[in-house]
Each structure stands twice: as C-alpha cells, then as structure tokens.
Write a new protein. Structure first.
Length: 160
C-alpha cells in the first residue's frame, strides 16, 4: 500500500505535509436540531424536551410515558412560545451557574462528576436524585464536567 500524505495550506498555498510535521486539530461532535417550542411559555437553556409533534417540542417530565422520551436540552438562552430554536441532543451544553440553578434547583451551578436525571415532579427540569416512586421513570440526561458544562448522554427510560 502506498504511503499518502495529507494536503495542508501553508502561506495560502496547498502542499503535502512535510516530514516531521503533524496535524493538530480538535475534533468534537455536537448534534443539534432546530425545533419549534410547542409550550405556551418560554423554554430556557437546559430545559429537557421531548418531541410532541412534527418539528415541535414540549417540556419533558419523568412521570408519564408520553413525556419521558428526552430528545435533548434547549441550547439558546430562551425559545419563546411558537418560536424555533436549537435543541442539543449530544455533546456538551454550557450555561452559567445561574442558568443551571434554574434548571436543577441547586445553587452554584452543576456539581462536577454528578449524574443528572429528568425530574418527575417538574416538567423540563433536572435533578441529581434518580426517581424512586413506582410509576415514575428513571432517565439519565447527562453528567456534569464542571459547574458550567453538562456532557449529554441520554438513556432509555426505565419504568419503576
């Protein structure tokens, strides 16, 4: 098999990569979809949502089969009623500590290393305590990397 060298741009011109040179680039995957807010109110960054109808999302909640299938988390600061905005389905969502406090009910943002679950009591919110009530669902949404960053890793719902 022939050895092939990638092409790079140096001083605005294409050339083969030179011996001893390396390629150094960050590769990240973030999946987002544009959806319409089907809720009567404004959705906030970090709210967990499910697909309610064609291209429409509603706030997810871990207390019923119809609302438990989390698509992702609201990515922009807000999505007003009937407006479209991005939902992040995979990757890292970054928000301020104040924004996370609204979504988790905690103070000081996320807790690094902590797993966050879909809340069974309040639509759209996350909790650090997995549900334990029969009839609720356990849905892991992600794990905090820092006070500001949540690595989204949504699990299949488990009915208790």
């Amino acid at each position: 098999m022939a050895l092939r060298k990638p092409l790079v741009i140096v001083d605005g011109k294409l050339q083969q990569i030179q011996s001893g040179d390396t390629l150094n680039a960050v590769c990240t995957e973030v999946d987002v979809v544009s959806m319409e807010n089907g809720n009567a109110g404004t959705m906030l960054i970090g709210h967990a949502v499910y697909v309610e109808a064609n291209d429409t999302v509603e706030l997810a909640q871990a207390d019923a089969a119809a609302t438990v299938e989390v698509l992702g988390l609201v990515q922009p600061a807000t999505i007003t009623a009937a407006a479209s905005g991005y939902i992040i389905t995979d990757g890292v969502l970054t928000a301020t500590t104040d924004q996370w406090d609204v979504i988790t009910g905690d103070v000081g943002g996320l807790t690094a290393g902590t797993v966050y679950y879909l809340d069974p009591d309040t639509a759209g919110l996350l909790t650090t305590t997995a549900p334990t009530t029969v009839g609720d669902y356990v849905v892991r949404v992600g794990k905090a990397l820092s006070t500001l960053d949540l690595e989204i890793s949504i699990s299949q719902p488990i009915l208790l």
